[in-house]
Write a protein that binds this ligand. Structure first.
Ligand SMILES: *Cc1c(COP(=O)(O)O)cnc(C)c1O
Length: 441
């Protein structure tokens, strides 16, 4: 397996992303700019697919969890890699359809899917809908009946394994807006309910235990708990499960508090959880279910870098030095939301030693508009190009037009060449949906 080589420093001392000089990208496309390395994305999709092929005889499907980064190009890449995708809204589904993604390989999630979202899914033959409430099961059954179709569904369960960044806990009952708890009988009750629906075909169960998880055993434990439940449902209800969807959540490197995983490590995660599924199938004497994995962050996270131009620098002696950039919480709200950690560097002076600790501030009118706090950097000057690493997942997809700033463009780099996958916005885009009633003119 070739290792991913997304980031390099070239002979000019500039950061390179997928073989493209970041300083030149900033000149050509402007900043802020999201940059994605296509090879990295494909390598990650392939390692998961290969693990399912080799370790499980190909009896499964990798789904790219597209809420991590959704745009037409990424669905086209997933399609060409022969994997599936999951979507969590009508908008993501529409984007996948527009990109020509085969709808039978789309799984749809959501704790409160709207009727129009379910309609869109049914009208386009979405492969599977992951049911997360009684109401949804009832509505979906009616909508399917009206169309004369039988819709494949899974039930979202809570196996009582909760994972946090570097650790996980087992709980008797999970406090979550998602899913039906296995331990308290809720998952069994909804199973009976869905089985009673004439227009729904219950294929099995889904679980997703969290995100940014590094603990191998947490995935295996979740798989074991759901497999035990599958055996129980066979025994109690005579229900034979065809599919098990184990969710996503594999961690990525953001800064040096995180392990830097290799492709073989990701392969290892899948191998471990597949071993758990196999051994439980044997123990309970049940057939091995068709297996689904839903990695999002780990496919796209480290493939992305955001480039900014340094502007104002404010040194408050003895307190903090703020280095302000031309982006902020409108292109990356993750620090503001949950104090996420990032690694930053000066793309035009990538070889220089870090001599100070600074905080990277955005340009929004909000004190909490920060990208990173107390991170090492060489003494930055106005005009330097600042790169924030590992911004491929949950950055563009969480971006907004706060303060009527532009959501930045995104480029995809392939063998050193970059092209737009998301065009830059214009002022005209910002007022496109505004309405000025005559009486206010
Ligand atoms: C968010 C999510 C994923 C992907 O999680 P990552 O941590 O990005 O891998 C997969 N499945 C479901 C249901 C999700 O909500």
């Amino acid at each position: 397996m070739n290792e991913r080589e997304t980031l390099k420093i070239n002979a000019d001392g500039h950061l390179e992303i997928g073989g493209a000089d970041a300083v030149k990208l900033a000149e050509e496309f402007g900043t802020p700019l999201y940059v994605f390395d296509e090879k990295h994305i494909r390598d990650m999709m392939r390692v998961y697919k290969r693990a399912v092929d080799v370790e499980y005889g190909g009896n499964g499907l990798v789904l790219y969890a597209s809420k991590a980064f959704s745009c037409e190009a990424v669905y086209a890449i997933a399609k060409s890699e022969n994997i599936g995708v999951d979507v969590v809204s009508g908008g993501e589904l529409y984007t996948a359809i527009k990109a020509g993604f085969p709808t039978d390989k789309i799984y749809m999630h959501g704790n409160n899917k709207l009727v129009r979202e379910l309609e869109l899914a049914l009208a386009n033959g979405v492969g599977c809908i992951v049911v997360d409430s009684y109401k949804e099961a009832d509505i979906l059954d009616e909508l399917a009946a009206a169309r004369g179709v039988k819709q494949r569904v899974l039930i979202r369960t809570n196996p009582g394994v909760e994972a946090h960044t570097h650790e996980f806990i087992q709980t008797a009952r999970t406090d979550s807006k998602f899913g039906f708890s296995i331990s308290d009988g809720a998952a069994e009750q909804i199973t009976k309910h869905v089985l009673s629906k004439n227009n729904l075909v219950l294929r099995g169960y889904h679980c997703h235990i969290g995100s940014q998880i590094f603990e191998k055993s947490s995935f295996a434990l979740a798989a074991e708990k759901v497999m035990d439940f599958i055996a129980l449902m066979k025994e109690k209800l005579g229900f034979e499960v065809a599919e098990l969807n184990i969710g996503g959540g594999f961690g990525v490197w953001y800064n040096d508090d995180d392990p830097k995983l290799r492709l073989t490590d990701y392969y290892g995660y899948v191998k471990t959880l597949i071993a758990a599924v196999k051994s439980k199938a044997k123990e309970h004497n049940i057939s091995k279910p068709y297996l689904l994995l839903e990695p999002g962050r780990s496919i796209i996270g480290e493939a992305g870098v955001t480039l900014y131009t340094v502007g104002a620098i404010k040194d408050i002696p003895g307190i903090k030095k703020y280095v302000a950039v031309d982006g902020g919480m409108f292109d990356n709200p993750r620090y503001a939301l949950y104090q996420s950690k990032y690694t930053v560097l000066l793309a035009n002076r990538a070889n220089e030693e870090c001599t100070e600790k600074v905080s990277i501030a955005g340009k929004c009118c909000e004190s909490g508009d920060l990208i990173a706090v107390n991170v090492p950097l060489p003494a930055a000057n106005s005009g330097d190009i600042l790169a924030v690493l590992t911004t491929g997942a949950y950055n563009y997809s969480m971006a907004s037009n706060y303060n009527r700033n532009f959501i930045p463009a995104a480029v995809l780099v392939t063998e050193g060449k970059a092209e737009y996958i998301i065009r830059p916005q214009t002022y005209e885009d910002l007022v496109r949906n505004d309405v000025l009633p005559d009486r206010l003119k």
